[in-house]
Design a protein around this ligand. Structure first.
Ligand code: ADP
Ligand code: TYD
Length: 208
C-alpha cells in the first residue's frame, strides 16, 4: 500500500476532471493535508515539453505508436520526478488523468490494443498504482461541447466526433474491466459531483 494517497481522475475531454481536482485540492488543503496536483501529459518541465509536441495542431502526421510512447515517456518522468517522491513523503497526489487515459485513447480509440498499451505503460509506471480512480462519465458530445465553449480545441480534441464516441465507449469498457475504477455521474451539478467524490474518498480513508 502507498504511504501517501494517489487519486486519479479520469474521463473524456470536458467531463469536469480539472474542475473537480481543484475542489478536491481545496478540500485537502482545508483539512491541513499536504496535497500535490499534477496533470497528464505534463507536470514536469520535460513532460510539459512532450505535451506541447503531442497536442500541437501542426503534428497531424503523428503515428499512433509514437503518440502512445510519448504519453508513456511524459508519464515516466512525472512519476519519477514528482509522484513517487510525494507518495513516499505521505502526501496526497491528485492526478488529472493517469494510465487509464492511455488505455482508452491509445489502446481502444486508436486501436493499438489494450495489452500493447498496458505493457508500454508498465515500464513507465515502475510498479506504481493509483489508490483511487474516479471516472467521470458524461455523454461524449456534451463533454466536447463544454470544451468548445471554454477555449480553442487542440489536435486531439479536433479529431472528430467518431473518435470522441470511441473514447466514451472505451471508458465504459474499461470501467467494467478494472475493479479499481469508480464511476461518477458527470451530468450533474459541480457541487453534487464534488460531494459524491468526497464521500468516496472519506470512506476509502476510513477503511484504509
Ligand atoms: P476536463 O478537465 O475534464 O476537460 P473541465 O473541468 O476543464 O473538464 O471542464 C470543462 C468545462 O465544463 C469548463 O468550462 C467547466 O467550467 C465546465 N464544467 C465542469 N463541470 C461541469 C458541470 N458539472 N456542469 C456544467 N459545466 C461544467
Ligand atoms: P487535456 O487538455 O489535458 O485534457 P482535457 O481535454 O480532458 O482537459 O488534454 C490531454 C489530451 O490528451 C486529451 O485529449 C486526452 C489525451 N490523452 C491521451 O490520449 N492519452 C493519455 O495517456 C493522456 C494522459 C491524455
Amino acid at each position: 500500500m502507498n504511504k501517501g494517497l494517489l487519486i486519479a481522475l479520469e474521463g473524456p475531454d470536458g467531463s469536469g476532471k480539472s474542475t473537480q481536482i481543484e475542489l478536491l485540492e481545496k478540500y485537502f488543503v482545508d483539512k491541513g493535508i499536504e496535497v500535490i496536483r499534477t496533470r497528464e501529459p505534463g507536470g514536469t518541465k520535460i513532460s510539459e515539453k512532450i505535451r506541447a509536441v503531442i497536442l500541437d495542431n501542426d503534428n497531424q502526421e503523428m503515428d499512433n505508436m509514437c503518440e502512445a510512447l510519448l504519453y508513456a515517456a511524459a508519464r515516466a518522468q512525472l512519476i519519477k520526478e514528482v509522484i513517487k517522491p510525494a507518495i513516499a513523503e505521505g502526501k496526497v497526489v491528485l492526478c488529472d488523468r493517469f494510465v487509464y487515459s492511455s488505455i482508452v485513447y491509445q489502446g481502444i480509440a486508436r486501436d493499438l490494443g489494450i495489452d500493447t498499451v498496458k505493457s508500454i505503460n508498465d515500464c513507465a509506471l515502475g510498479g506504481l498504482e493509483a489508490d483511487l480512480v474516479f471516472m467521470i462519465s458524461i455523454p461524449y458530445d456534451k463533454g466536447i461541447g463544454r470544451k468548445k465553449n471554454q477555449r480553442e480545441l487542440d489536435r486531439l480534441e479536433n479529431v472528430g466526433m467518431d473518435f470522441h464516441k470511441k473514447v466514451f465507449e472505451g471508458y465504459s469498457k474499461i470501467s467494467s474491466i478494472y475493479d479499481k475504477i469508480e464511476l461518477i455521474n458527470g451530468d450533474d451539478s459541480i457541487e453534487n459531483i464534488h460531494r459524491n467524490i468526497v464521500n468516496r474518498v472519506e470512506s476509502y480513508i476510513e477503511h484504509k
